[in-house]
Design a protein around this ligand. Structure first.
Ligand code: PLP
Length: 391
């Protein structure tokens, strides 16, 4: 069987590789602490699960409109009014199988072969492959740990090519946790719009921004930019519903129609039961997130203090998500030349799983997730420190 050129150009996920290795060690009875998690360690609110139970009991089993049930589309539109003061309508929303499907389908409807996409690095693992799968070419724009992994418009201007059509922004970021203030984001958006670029703003971690930092959104630019913006969000991270596959895209109605067209020819609507749960989530209280934010911010500070005590490390203090992305290349050697080798060494020598920075476009770094219970988290981080000390 000869597989397509398209699939042969896709890289397997580095996150899955490290998790598989960690799983092997656990199966051998080894004590492994995973700091590789990409999902919160708390449970979804009880009323969200209750809404799913009720939907099952009520026999809400059939297909729904591809974009999602009407009440949910309204609830998503209201979300943008509640948090970003943007008046959106139902025809500006499509509910997708996780934020991931929204992003994937955006590349499919925006890119022609050879179109280029500006991707700030470090980037979320899937962006370059999604671009390539749509026939596009990623143009990577590196951001430095010394500058908090944040870019300014001049960096983007320097990387711009005549074939660039799209810019992807992700704030707060996976893997760095770095977060643009509203005025920093506005500056990048103003530049992008003036250059005729379409901006995809991935705001999946928008509820996980730690005071005194405040959330920021590209949504207000939808009106200001003649529709050159799509905001991607969802309930995976904030509501701890990663497995339920609830994402959504906000953009202008003409673009949304095309997203519905492609989704209608691939997956159709997202799970009907998950839609009822999403409706309960978006129309209910967000107060539980206060506790989640306090816990995450506290863990971030403790882990950061330990990491920054290691020699030669640079690790900016991020304002959001639940990741730290220290630059660790001062520990590289002939035997351990890169982030993958360092992760393998750490897993084998002290039983801690981390994700190599190369997966996110920066081979000098490792990604630490602090989405796990504090005692185990700190034990894991101390073990990494001891293992690094032996190098
Ligand atoms: C930056 C970023 N965007 C999008 C996603 C996809 O989220 P979902 O699980 O809703 O598809 C993730 C998940 O890890 C992410 O980290």
């Amino acid at each position: 069987m000869q597989f397509s050129d398209r699939i042969q150009s896709v890289k397997p996920s580095a996150t899955l590789t490290i998790n598989a290795k960690a799983g092997e060690l656990i199966a051998q009875g080894k004590d492994v602490i995973s700091l590789a998690a990409g999902e919160p360690d708390y449970s979804p609110p009880a009323w969200v699960c209750e809404a799913a139970h009720k939907a099952i009991d009520a026999g809400f089993n059939g297909y729904t409109p591809v974009a999602g049930i009407s009440g949910l589309l309204e609830a998503v539109a209201d979300y943008f009014y509640r948090f970003s003061n943007v008046s959106a309508t139902k025809d500006m929303v499509v509910v997708t199988n996780g934020g991931k499907q929204g992003l994937y389908n955006l590349m499919q409807i925006l890119l022609n072969p050879g179109d280029e996409v500006l991707i700030p690095s470090p980037y979320w693992v899937s962006y370059p492959d999604m671009v390539a799968l749509a026939g596009g070419r990623p143009v990577i724009v590196p951001a430095a740990p010394e500058h908090g992994f944040l870019l300014e418009k001049d960096h983007l201007e320097a990387a711009l090519t005549p074939s660039c059509k799209v810019l992807i922004l992700n704030s707060p970021s996976n893997p760095t946790g770095s977060h643009y203030t509203q005025s920093q984001l506005d500056e990048l958006l103003e530049w992008a719009v003036s250059r005729g670029l379409f901006v995809i703003s991935d705001e999946i971690y928008d509820q996980l921004v730690y005071p005194p930092a405040k959330p920021a959104s590209a949504a207000p630019w939808l009106e200001r930019s003649q529709g050159q913006i799509a905001v991607v969000n969802g309930l995976s991270k904030s509501f701890a519903l990663t497995g339920w596959r609830i994402g959504y895209v906000l953009s202008h109605p003409g673009l949304i129609k095309n997203l519905i067209k492609i989704q209608g020819q691939s997956t159709s609507n997202i799970c009907s039961i998950a839609q009822k749960a999403a409706l309960a989530a978006l129309t209910g209280s967000f107060d539980f997130l206060e506790t989640a934010r306090e816990n995450f911010a506290g863990r971030r500070d403790k882990v950061l203090e330990i990491i920054n005590s290691w020699p030669g490390i640079i690790c900016p203090k991020p304002d959001g998500a639940f990741y730290l992305f220290p630059k660790v290349d001062s520990f590289y050697s002939e035997a351990i030349p890169d982030s993958t080798a360092l992760c393998t060494y750490l897993l084998e020598s002290c039983g801690v799983a981390l994700v190599p920075g190369v997966a996110f476009g920066d081979d000098r770094c490792l990604r630490f997730s602090y989405a796990l219970e504090e005692e185990t988290l700190l034990r894991g981080v101390h073990k990494v420190g001891e293992a690094l000390n032996k190098l």
